[in-house]
Write a protein that binds this ligand. Structure first.
Ligand SMILES: NC(=O)c1ccc[n+]([C@@H]2O[C@H](COP(=O)([O-])OP(=O)(O)OC[C@H]3O[C@@H](n4cnc5c(N)ncnc54)[C@H](O)[C@@H]3O)[C@@H](O)[C@H]2O)c1
Length: 333
């Protein structure tokens, strides 16, 4: 197996390293690239060398696969540099803070002998996948309406996340997962209207689709301490309805609330029958890495999460932010 590099050394670097380890590749992690190598070890990267010069990775032909887990404003320069030398790049979401940067990354990927996959991990949660499979089988008929919710306490592990100029704020950094899910079912988004009670309050976003569908997102990144990270999705189709709900105390939350509660279940009620299932355990980051590795080694098509899909989700985020700013709905070009 060729070598792996992880760029960044924070929260998501740890998630990616653990995922590489769960795919049996811990020993293949050759480098962890970070501006502050002494910041703290990436637990699962047991044999990785800590470096601060990206050039080392760019020049090392052994390194074929790279996880990019750095703050969003750095995504463009790092991804383009890696793609230019033919690396296979797994880039954390959101792809970028602006549409222009996202299009430049996409163009670099098209020219590269390597490949680009966006780490929209929600597409790899088993419950979200079960609903998608039910929809593809036609169990739900034509999907008319999708509603998605996402709540978490305020992220406290990195200061840049609280600075909207760097993270893009809740609608770009957090709600983008739900915009991506709703686009998956309803197609091309054309108009977005967003409301928010206060700058750190819950937001509600309504999205109209070219095909007549409607999506609704409720996001809140400032939930009371002790409220576990929670996400849900509901699909309403001409032949049935489906629901998925995930609720789990994150590592950060667990230490403060200690209650360890979790919910992970889905159901489909339709003309073709009813299913209600609990998901006892899931490893979405592990399955995301396994998919990246398999696709990168065989042509890098990434049908499960294409770059245009990541850019379409970004467009909804940007339109929702603009809608909040101008106080009316915004058309997506
Ligand atoms: N998929 C998800 O569910 C999910 C969850 C959280 C964050 N994210 C995304 O992952 C990315 C990273 O977020 P995080 O929470 O891990 O942030 P973090 O602050 O915990 O980690 C970022 C790391 O990148 C390092 N870094 C900064 N600039 C660098 C550079 N130029 N070169 C190399 N390293 C650099 C920092 O020192 C730090 O170690 C962001 O784009 C964020 O939106 C995704």
């Amino acid at each position: 197996m060729a070598s792996i590099a992880i760029i960044g050394q924070g929260y998501m670097a740890n998630a990616h390293a653990a995922a590489w380890a769960s795919a049996g590749q811990a020993d293949a992690i050759k480098y962890i690239c970070t501006p502050r190598p002494k910041e703290g070890a990436v637990a699962a990267a047991t044999s990785g060398q800590y470096i601060s010069d990206l050039e080392v990775i760019l020049r090392d032909p052994d390194v074929k696969y790279v996880s990019v887990t750095t703050p969003t404003p750095t995504h463009k320069d790092i991804a383009i540099a890696l793609l230019a030398v033919g690396k296979h790049v797994l880039l954390e979401k959101p792809i970028a803070l602006t549409l222009q940067d996202a299009l430049e990354i996409e163009a670099a990927a098209k020219k590269s002998s390597g490949s680009l996959m966006l780490a929209h991990v929600v597409r790899f949660f088993l419950g979200y996948q079960k609903l998608h499979e039910a929809s593809l089988r036609g169990d739900l008929g034509n999907i008319l309406s999708v509603q998605a919710r996402r709540f978490s306490p305020k992220p406290t592990w990195a200061a840049w996340l609280g600075d909207e100029s760097q993270s893009g704020g809740m609608l770009l950094d957090f709600s983008i997962h739900d915009f991506d899910q709703i686009n998956l079912y309803l197609g091309r988004p054309v108009e977005v209207f967003a409301m928010q009670t206060s700058p750190s309050g819950p937001a509600e976003i309504t999205i109209s689709y070219e095909g007549g569908g409607v999506g609704q997102v409720q996001s809140f990144m400032n939930a009371a301490p002790g409220v576990p990270f929670t996400s849900t999705i509901d699909l309403l189709g001409t032949k049935g309805l489906a629901h998925y709900e995930f609720s789990a105390v994150s590592a950060t939350e667990e230490s403060s609330s200690g209650n360890g509660a979790s919910v992970n279940s889905w159901h489909v009620f339709s003309e073709s029958g009813n299913t209600i299932e609990q998901i006892p355990s899931d490893d979405p980051y592990g399955r995301q890495i396994a998919y990246f590795l398999a696709q990168a080694s065989s042509g890098g098509k990434y049908d499960l999460i294409s770059t245009p899909a990541a850019i379409a989700a970004l467009k909804v985020s940007l339109a929702a932010k603009q809608s909040l700013a101008v106080g009316r709905s915004v058309i997506i070009a």
